[in-house]
Write a protein that binds this ligand. Sequence first.
Ligand SMILES: [Zn+2]
Length: 268
Amino acid sequence: MLLIGFLISLYIAYGAHRRGALTETGALWAVVVGTLVFGFGDGIAGVALVAFFLSSTALGKLRRGERAESAEPSASIIEKGDSRDGLQVLANGGPAALFCCLYALTGRSMYLVGGLASLAAANADTWATELGLLSKSPPRHILTLQEVPAGTSGAISAIGTVGMVAGALFIALLTWLQPGQGSLLRTLLVLLGGIFGGWMDSVLGATLQEKRQCVRCGEATEQSRHVCGGATLVTEGIAGIDNDTVNALATMLGGTAATVAWYFLVGR
Ligand SMILES: [Zn+2]
């Protein structure tokens, strides 16, 4: 299974790198994550990983086509471009790889449920972000509900929230299809874990995540050096906690919540 996982991951990561969806380090880490998730995740986690990757890449492409006609709201706010790098791959897929390794080591099905839920959380967050960027009205801070500029971390919109639930549901329904293993309870916990992780992503993004401001032009941004060339300073949140850290925490929390719930309900 590991060898098959390695070959499938290599094929997909190489193709994604050639199309510009992954940077070089992004592709390398995608092979590591993919090999572990395919090799140790009972097959179904590998299917969920590919579904996450393909659907997010497709949504990103659609959104960029859409955005080309309207104003580009976020290029000077968002930290990174459209190719995913190694840290982004690890933040989204690392927890799933960890859960799948724990599943292989212990044989406890709760870890497989956790891995699937962490992928549902990653998918929920990505779909929410992609759809949220299409929102016509400005998003709101998840806790204060005040309007904030498009692209701000931790901001939510109606269409983004629909995207979040749909993203978690997509992975949850997919896991139901696994022959002999899919169950309504598992589907439900993957869905709830995914939504919880997606929600935590916004909460942590709005609270812990560092907010920076450009010293030259004064614009709020996630970049350590602003596109205008100015240096930036941390004005809110904890310095060093960036979008990737928040993403990793959120996918980990979504997976952990489902693991614990499965353990209490099923006992293994
Ligand atoms: Zn600036």
